[in-house]
Design a protein around this ligand. Sequence first.
Ligand code: NAD
Ligand code: MG
Length: 339
Amino acid sequence: MASDEFDSTRRLLVGGLATGAAAALASPALAQAPASPPSPAGGASSQRLVDPTAKYPKPPFPKQEQPWPGLASRMNPRPDHGETSYRGSGRLAGRKALVTGGDSGIGRAAVIAFAREGADVAINYLPAEEEDAREVVELIRQAGGKGVALPGDIREEAFCQKLVADAVRELGGLDILVNNAAFQRPRKSILDISSEEFDQTFKTNVYAPFWITKAALPHLKPGSAIITTSSVNAYDPGENLLAYASTKAVNMNFTKSLAKQLAPKGIRVNAVAPGPVWTPLQPSGGQFPEDLPDFGATSPMGRPGQPAELAPLFVLLASDEATFSTGQVFGAVGGRGGP
Ligand code: NAD
Ligand code: MG
């Protein structure tokens, strides 16, 4: 559906209907409290209080490992990306978004929310993640939007340029850029980090957002938004994540500097800083396998976050509601080590 044909009523209905199909498609093994039906005036008639400590699975988790880059569909329990819970209200009607790492995890949750808020969305991911990506494109279509799959490796500048050009062509423009893809490997000592691994971490997490943002900028009009996924590690770096944590600090600084550069052009740049979140990044080499069962245990919430809990921040930062917020970092860390 072209953006100028957007009909928020239809999209809301489609978004609502999509939840059943999405559940069949994605079936996250997580109990969800059904959202209250909207009242005729558009507001919720009543909202049950939800205890955040009891909302999602807690450690210990089953032992599990996957080859990098990992698939959401192979995780136990399956992450909740909002497939059955996110309800849109036209906050991004007609917007065109590109999200890297949009196949799984935090990126996927942002994509589902963007689509249900009325956006058309292009996602980038690695070819090995095609299975996850197909589910996401289907969810975008069920929400009534255009979903564009653009697989490829963002460690190459030429691919980053092609990615943006393809997204702009397929979507008919670009208003929202989410630099979210990342690579993470834990090592107990700096002596264990090879130059190749250091290079992969910086190419994926630092160079790619630089290249993609450079390519996107000429297409972004006043009112557009750039969002970067940083991390709690930008503030409170884990001793086992020297390379990764360094890149996440770069993400934060890049965001703040670029925000000052682009504010006069009417383009906002913000970051989201998650704490521990249950995503394929973790069982596919992002954690030591022996640590995974206790993932999130030290969070004051007593559990890791789920990708769906990050999506509203991305929507807020992409929408016209947060127009005086730029150069900011919005944390969702479960209580420890935030901005
Ligand atoms: P994820 O594995 O679901 O997403 C990461 C994505 O990066 C992958 O899906 C993959 O498509 C992409 N990617 C990696 N290397 C790539 C390459 N060379 N080319 C193209 N794509 C590539 O995991 P996630 O946890 O949702 O990660 C998303 C973001 O969240 C990352 O920026 C990560 O640093 C950040 N983050 C995650 C956590 C956490 O605990 N999961 C905490 C803080 C920050
Ligand atoms: Mg993935």
